[in-house]
Design a protein around this ligand. Sequence first.
Ligand code: UD1
Ligand code: CA
Length: 470
Amino acid sequence: MTDTASLKVQALVLAAGKGTRMKSARAKVLHPALGVPLLEHVLRAATGAGAKPVLVVVGHQAAAVEAAFAGRDLEFVRQDPPLGTGHALQAAQARLARNAERTLLVLNGDLPLLRAATLVALLEAHRRDGAAATLLSAVLAAPGAYGRVVRDPTGAVRAVVEARDASAEQRALREINAGIYAFEVGPLLQALSGLRPQNAQGEYYLTDLIGLLAAAGHRVSAFAAPDPQQTLGVNSQAELAEAGRLLRERRLAELMAEGACIEDPATTWVGLDAQVEADAVIRPFTVLEGRSVVRQGASVGPFSRLVDSEVGPGALVLDHCLLRESVVGAGAQVGPFAHVRPESVIGAAAKVGNFVELKKTRLGEGSKAPHLSYLGDAWIGPKVNVGAGTITCNYDGVHKHPTRIEAGAFIGSDTTLVAPVTIGEGAYIGAGSTITEDVPPHALALARARQVVRPDWVRRRRAAQRKEKA
Ligand code: UD1
Ligand code: CA
């Protein structure tokens, strides 16, 4: 990528529209594609191209959009009510005048495939041509509902005509307007006052600025996107799914190029911010969400899901596991059918087996909980054996209480640990115990009823019953 700082660029992202075609109560730009809101994709492209400041026009569900991006280096401009993409620019014009020397990128908020490099190339073309406005165009086999780029016989851009307002002849044009523009602010501000809502939708169209600038004798260019896929605009649920699919394939291709083994890309979902290191294996039907990381030599799946979780080098997460906000140490093994809830840490070479649930629990290095357990709010040292069916009773109906199991302890099967409770180092708990008091190091604790055996009891009872009937 070239040095973008020297281009002195700012950005205005349009995110105020209703998104009517989504048929959804949620603002369109907040719908996620590959786990990240549509608007986030566009903001990353703008920032990646060196734009500063980045302004966002909000209107429909403005508060929700602002809240979703609170704390970010953005400036919000309200457009209320939204009366079209051109009106969105009008809403921001006072703000734009403040940095009039900076070339302005104007970006629709519904373009999740857009990449920073494409914006840089657009800006370079804009500068090379000395244009007042340059739009990104793409030539599509099926131009559908996109605005059409109208050129004169010399090839110069004359206007953009919306599909709804186009003549049959114009609709046959296959060069479309992607909704991505570079403008010089001076001529833009002049042209803005010329917009009129005289079209099929009764809106102020940003795209009319192209015709207005051209008619005023300004140079207007179109830069053809090297990769038309990046111009996919999301207007409906079907287009959202299509964008998600393309993003998913793109992300998987990147990971594979860096050495990750994705056994079945068709059934694997790796979110935009999830990482798979080289030589890690992702088995079919696996989902990696949020900031999940799978380290070198680890394997996850089939049919497992990580949310904001890390799987250490060489670790194994087997079939049908769900892990959230947790860490699996190097060489550890989890599953099949394990549920690891937030703030759990599974130590190196530890083992969490089938039908084991962990919550806010640290399982020490080399420790094992191989079958059917609930371990919540527990600190478990290294080399501990947690027998099948062990339960930490961490909740008394009002408060949560901790359990502590020191190094090398052995917890017999079907033990109930009533928290708060501490099991000392190397202690031994007999199977079936209900432990309510701390157990000192190296002690044996047995807390269950003594077994009673009555020899011949069954035979004697049957004999007594026979006598009664006779
Ligand atoms: C727009 C272009 C069209 C182009 C297409 C590319 C116009 C008039 N048309 O059409 O030429 O081919 O994008 O995808 O610009 N928005 C506001 N305020 C508003 C209305 C919309 O901020 O009052 C925002 C929306 O939230 C959205 C973006 O502007 O992020 C584009 O709006 P949308 O209604 O999706 O425009 P298109 O019909 O797709
Ligand atoms: Ca759109």
